[in-house]
Design a binder for this molecule. Structure first.
Ligand code: NI
Length: 139
């Protein structure tokens, strides 16, 4: 287990008050946990800024499966990148709309490229890459 360090932080009273309201709304019961999560979030973001670092992410897509050839295009892309796509979840949202969530792992630049390729495919109504980490580097 890593050693716990205590730090003192000088912060404007009003800013701290706003922070406390925010974290309470998000369900935190203490500041330390909220601070740690914010720091981890920044560290994960930083990892993604170097193209060669190994990362994990999810790509969420919403599309109308009636759009001509869209299913085929998305499937072709996923086969093209099969080494990086670990899993895919498909949900038929209603008569027309499909939701897909892909778990992607690889170099940051490759994962970004896969997400961009899928999200920019004509007919995709909404898409988003969520970046996370394998967790190996984080405490
Ligand atoms: Ni569907």
């Amino acid at each position: 287990m890593s050693q716990l360090s205590r730090i003192g932080v000088a912060i404007d009273a009003k800013l701290l008050d706003q922070f406390d309201h925010l974290i309470a709304k998000r369900g935190y019961t203490n500041r330390s946990q909220a601070f740690r999560d914010l720091i981890r979030d920044e560290l994960v973001e930083e990892t993604w800024s170097s193209p060669d670092s190994l990362v994990v992410g999810t790509v969420t897509l919403v599309y109308d499966h009636h759009v001509r050839l869209l299913n085929e295009k998305l499937t072709d892309l996923q086969h093209e990148f099969h080494r990086s796509i670990l899993s895919t979840l498909h949900v038929h949202l209603d008569h027309d709309n499909c939701l897909e969530v892909l778990v992607v792992r690889g170099k940051a630049s490759a994962v970004q490229h896969i997400a961009d390729s899928l999200i920019s495919t004509r007919g995709v109504k909404h898409g988003r890459l969520t970046i996370t980490t394998s967790g190996a580097e984080l405490r």
